[in-house]
Design a binder for this molecule. Structure first.
Ligand code: NAD
Length: 255
């Protein structure tokens, strides 16, 4: 596999460290000949993300807290100076208060629900709205979701409705942006041990269970998820939009 994204400008949002799914996607985009720009959430992550950027030969880095519309606008303004034409966006961002990722779902707080939906779902709309002005040659938007959107996963709790809303937004955005040649899809990944995932109570128990239950009798790796994201960013998927692609060793088919 090589050159699937030759000379394409791709914004990758959500790489916090080497375990982040966004980082695996950034590496895969780079491998396929794409030019990567990384965003990071806040100053405290800058040092770590700059070390990742160096591994990609000095990829540009832009600070962007997606909870703030002005910050998203400023980030896209900055991106426009580096990449006047953008071919792809990877949105790999989610957050919910730790106390809402355990115990009874019925105890979900109003604030926790609003924050989880704002950062994990609404942010896709905010980013697409700003960045579409750079997608003048068409392109692809890819976000990350999880099967907790449509079935109950213990402790996933407030993130379930947030991911359901995210997946619905994928379809609405696909309808809106399709006439401009911009496709919008999601990858529904199986569980992978990242910082965000480890916030979910008993996450490792979930990994152990799936290992013996998925059709492929294993869990998935971030690299496998990244290869699917490359496919959705590339012209190989040129007729696919509004779709949720499961990269979960088949778990969705049997549970
Ligand atoms: P991660 O912790 O490495 O990445 C989450 C990212 O979200 C971090 O980079 C963090 O800085 C960023 N973020 C949080 N709040 C933000 C804000 N206000 N502004 C900007 N960035 C913010 O974890 P990950 O597992 O790589 O998560 C990436 C995506 O993949 C998430 O959408 C997650 O729900 C999804 N996903 C993860 C798994 C899994 O098991 N790891 C499975 C399916 C889907």
């Amino acid at each position: 596999m090589s050159g699937l994204l030759h000379d394409k400008n791709i914004l990758v949002m959500g790489a916090a460290n080497q375990r982040s799914i966004a980082w695996s996607i950034a590496e895969a985009v780079h491998r396929e000949g794409g030019h990567v720009a990384l965003t990071y959430q806040a100053e405290r992550l800058k040092g770590r993300v700059s070390r990742l950027a160096e591994e990609l030969g000095g990829a540009p880095m832009i600070e962007c807290d997606v909870a703030d519309d002005d910050a998203v606008r400023r980030a896209v303004d900055r991106l426009a100076e580096i990449m006047p034409v953008l071919h792809g966006i990877v949105h790999s961002i989610a957050w919910a208060p730790a106390e809402d990722l355990q115990g009874s779902f019925v105890e979900t707080t109003r604030t926790g629900f609003a924050q989880a939906n704002d950062i994990s779902s609404y942010s896709l709309i905010a980013v697409a709205r700003e960045a579409r002005r750079l997608m003048t040659a068409g392109g692809a938007v890819v976000t990350m979701t999880y099967a907790g959107s449509w079935r109950v996963i213990p402790n996933y709790n407030v993130m379930g409705p947030a991911k359901a809303s995210l997946e619905s937004s994928v379809r609405y955005l696909a309808a809106d942006l399709g006439p401009a040649g911009v496709r919008v899809n999601a990858v529904s990944a199986g569980p992978i041990a990242t910082v965000a995932a480890r916030t979910i109570k008993d996450f490792s128990g979930m990994l152990d269970l799936l290992e013996s239950h998925t059709p492929l009798r294993r869990n998935v790796t971030a690299d496998e998820v990244a290869d699917a994201a490359v496919f959705l960013l590339s012209d190989l998927s040129r007729a696919i939009t509004g779709e949720v692609v499961h990269v979960d060793a088949g778990a969705h088919a049997v549970t």
